[in-house]
Ligand binder design. Structure first.
Ligand code: SF4
Length: 366
């Protein structure tokens, strides 16, 4: 991929124009006030698949509880997950915690400043390694994420699927060629900021763009058409039947599924649940009997209002059932919190949605 006239003095002017714009227009974000690699790393992980506005309160709460890598490594995974609860994509939190332990064990508690060492940590790919090392340590590594790829595709009027491996590799080379070597951290942030605020997916603001003179898509009048739409992975419909057991004291039962047990939210506390293909209660009743030893009598399961939950390509229909029991079963490692207050237990948004439906139902009956 080539961007017209981006060599020699023109490239210098291009870099200068974008960096000046960044200094004047960058958003005031908490992770931009620091060069601490831990804080930058945390922000980059939280920002994956999550909007800036949603991340800010989580970022601040997380740092109040885990102010440095050592405190994160010392904590139990459960505590880390409970501070992540609601942010979604929980493998990010588990990897963050594992990586903190590896950093303490193998790097003296300091985020490694070598590319290969950073890439070897759990949950750190090329993008995150380049972002942390360039911003915290001024390493000349260009980032390539969706925002940067869109800007580059428009600058070079590149057609086709940007995520196709050869195209992505091509974009990585272009991003690295454009990188301002003396200020790689600012440069990377400027490219991402341009994509997030000016060169947006829909209606790019070309009139306000600091690199408009170099943009081939703008000249051709095709900025809005690029990047071309990717072939979407087909949505998979999933139905989950969940049991909200409740005892006379208002306590319920939360369990944790292990990996590969068919659960969608492994490691998080959740209502006993089973994937189902229809609305029949028999699968859930069988699951409760086989796994928890709870025998359900006819008519004991009250169907509650269903809820929807989306996770990547899965469209999940949640079917909760309220089941009143004299006594909750005694299960090793399970939790029996009050349905009205789960405290700081690490629960997923799907579990929260089911709890809300059940609480609303119980309150109507009170
Ligand atoms: Fe994007 Fe328009 Fe700027 Fe080109 S001129 S980089 S399309 S905002």
């Amino acid at each position: 991929m080539t961007i017209p006239a981006l060599t020699g003095p023109s490239l210098k002017k291009f870099r200068c124009s974008l960096l000046t714009w960044f200094v004047e227009h960058k958003r005031d974000l908490p992770w931009r006030k620091t060069k601490d690699p831990y804080r930058i790393w945390l922000s980059e992980i939280m920002l994956q698949q999550t909007r800036v506005a949603a991340v800010i309160p989580y970022y601040e709460n997380f740092l109040a509880r885990f102010p440095d890598i050592q405190s994160l490594a010392r904590s139990r995974a459960e505590a880390v997950l409970s501070h992540w609860a609601g942010l979604g994509y929980y493998s990010r939190a588990r990897n963050l915690h594992r990586a903190a332990n590896e950093i303490v064990a193998g790097h003296g508690g300091n985020f490694p400043n070598e590319h290969e060492a950073a890439l070897a940590l759990p949950g750190i790919g090329r993008y995150t390694a380049a972002a942390v090392l360039s911003i915290a340590y001024d390493k000349p590594l260009a980032v390539l994420d969706g925002n940067v790829a869109r800007v580059l595709a428009r600058l070079g009027a590149l057609r086709g699927d940007l995520r196709a491996p050869s195209t992505w590799q091509n974009l990585e080379t272009t991003a690295q060629d454009l990188l301002a070597q003396k200020s790689p951290g600012d440069w990377n942030q400027a490219m991402m900021e341009l994509g997030a605020t000016v060169c947006t997916p829909k209606s790019p603001k070309c009139g306000e763009c600091p690199v408009a003179p170099w943009c081939r898509a703008r000249k051709l009048g095709i900025a809005e058409q690029l990047p071309e739409a990717r072939k979407k992975r087909a949505t998979v419909q999933v139905t989950i039947a969940a049991a909200v057991l409740i005892d006379p004291k208002g306590r319920t039962l939360l369990v944790r599924h292990r990996d590969n047990e068919g659960a969608l939210f492994s490691h998080m506390w959740q209502f006993p649940a089973v994937e189902s293909t229809d609305e029949k209660q028999s699968l859930l009743a069988k699951h409760l009997q086989d796994k928890l030893g709870v025998k359900i009598k006819p008519g004991q399961m009250t169907p509650l209002k269903s809820a929807r939950h989306a996770v990547t390509f899965r469209d999940i229909r949640l079917l909760p059932f309220l089941i009143r029991v004299e006594r909750l079963p005694t299960i090793d490692g399970a939790q029996t919190p009050a349905l009205l207050n789960f405290g700081r237990l690490a629960i997923s948004n799907a579990t929260r949605k089911i709890a809300r439906v059940a609480i609303a139902h119980v309150r109507v009956l009170e």
